[in-house]
Design a protein around this ligand. Sequence first.
Ligand code: AMP
Length: 535
Amino acid sequence: MFNALTMDDYPLTLTAVVERAQLFHDVDVVSRRPDGSLTRTTMAACVQQARRVATALAGLGVAAGDRVATLLWNQVEHLEIYLAVPAMGAVVHTLNPRLHADELAFIVADAGDSVIVVDESLLDVFEGFRHIHRFTHVVVVTHNDDAPQGMWDYRVLAERAEPMSWPVLDERSAAAMCYTSGTTGRPKGVVYSHRALVLHSLAAALPDALGVSARETLLPVVPMFHANAWGLPYASAMIGARLVLPGPLLDPHSILDLLVRERVTMTAGVPTVWMGMLAALDAEPQRWDLTCLDRLIVGGAAVSRALIEGYDQHGLRVIQAWGMTETAPLGTVSRLPVGLDEQGSDAQYEYRIRQGTPVPLVEIRAVDDDGRPIERDDSAMGELEIRGPWVASAYHNGRGSDSFTADGWFRTGDIVRIDEHGCIRICDRAKDLVKSGGEWISSVDLENRLMGHPAVAEAAVIAVPDERWGERPLAAVVIRDGMSVHPDELKQHLSAHYAKWQIPDRFEYLPEIPRTATGKFRKTELRQRFASQTT
Ligand code: AMP
């Protein structure tokens, strides 16, 4: 056997990313405070600050492997902690402030968080769960007031500390953790290794993935507490791309102002954010000069054709991506294949509403009810399974072990069709499919078609029990301001694409669709509300 020595076994740790970020003296990091004012620093200065923050946290007793919780917006201090905590050998645990206090209490206890860093504007959220879990120390990022009694001031602590020299770490050690959004059941913790986040950053930066270059200015609207803001902070620290962090002001006008002012080239977030922004753009198309903006990465929920077309009309490109907390999160990206460059727009739109092909190093397959791989014929449906270097192999504390197959794949719970090129189309979450008379109906397809009707702002389709058919689809719709539409017209609109049995019998008109803390339709709530009622 040929047993030569090969290459340096250089560890793939975020320390290498942090060290490199130190070179970026002229790469801006812009951050908006809760009062709307902007602060400006550089990536290199963030690393310097991260070294001090690390020493300060070590002074509070944070040791290797300890979890440091954050209750912060997309803000520069969050970036500093993203850099400091993993590089010092501890684990950054981002908390979603929009969750219910009981859920947060469960999450911090389950993770066993030690220190927590809270933005001043989120202290009341913190008050909601602080009694349930004993944090060793509380650090506050202040803006107006002094840190409350018994809590540390983030900047004062850092100022007093010496810069840390980073320890040598194992690439398989934990760097960060995040909890699944938990539309059903208790949230489950996902722990990211250094190696996973380094490789994820490299893959995310590839031109046909998110395409992060040193010439870009990135504005992640997707929160840093939602699956690492899709890897954008680490990717920009690795590549040296300008970063604009919008703080808590996420209404369409505030985002538009920042996009224009900072000449942002790429932004990212869930469809809800972009629906609101599109309405603002439609209302005043001349008001914002977005000529610098090259693309919007949209994911986290299905992207409708109406949304893509709407932005096309403003000369803005929507690119859909699919991922999960469990996949760090990048799984697939929908970039037009070369062969479609010359095709008419219908063919292109049909492609762009798909979730796309896996990024390099990620493998996918879909299996039927018996666990057999389905054909890649774009017709058979099956549950998507995924594996790769940034896909979870377990949940924290051994929960949800049935989500992992014996041969090393993660079961996503998403039902897909796959074409011969490996491009996926999500038809539903496993639990969101409607089974009527033994036949599956895809609620996502129906929602997209309904949202294509000019009077419909939003639509969510759920299954409701039906004596005769087992289940029937019910559509909850939000009508655009100043418009009206009769259910018969919506049925008529759908009949061009669906068989009669696939069309919802009931339409419920709502002022808004209830949402999860990450902006997805909360279908569980709709089911509770409508499942028992008959019309
Ligand atoms: P989370 O872990 O909160 O990011 O949720 C992951 C889930 O969001 C996936 O399993 C999908 O059901 C859904 N999701 C993410 N991206 C997309 C997308 N582009 N289209 C449809 N569903 C998506």
